[in-house]
Design a protein. Structure first.
Length: 127
């Protein structure tokens, strides 16, 4: 198997935006592009409440979660203080405009993480 998986061309990712990469197992990976054409990849899940980071606003080397405006560092996946938490980061490579993600990470990295379920808690009958 190849070490790197081609994802898209850098021009397929909007400037200050993202593109989601579906995986056979686990949550999607969000691939971000900033205004300097730097590319980053994080699990598409905010560490706070599981918001889709791919729908956030990119600024510099950070993304703002669309749910509660947490700032997540694109280089590290770390939430900016005073918030605490981290989302998994994926290695990304840019070669002649082509964006690549590490194949082994796509297949196995953070595949056990899920998004929180929305809605009221389930009630169980009393015995």
């Amino acid at each position: 198997m190849n070490e790197w998986t081609p994802i898209c061309h850098i021009d397929d990712i909007p400037v200050l935006g993202s593109r989601r990469v579906a995986r056979p197992q686990g949550l999607d990976v969000a691939v971000f592009r900033n205004d300097k054409d730097e590319v980053f990849a994080l699990l598409d899940r905010c560490p706070h409440k599981g918001g889709p980071l791919s729908q956030g606003i990119v600024f510099g080397t950070s993304v703002a979660c669309p749910l509660h405006n947490w700032t997540i560092g694109l280089c590290t996946g770390q939430a900016a203080a005073p918030d605490e938490g981290c989302t998994p980061r994926f290695e990304v490579k840019l070669n002649e405009g082509q964006v690549f993600l590490k194949a082994a990470e796509l297949a196995s990295h953070a595949t056990d993480l899920t998004r929180p379920l929305a809605g009221p808690p389930r009630r169980t009958a009393c015995a």
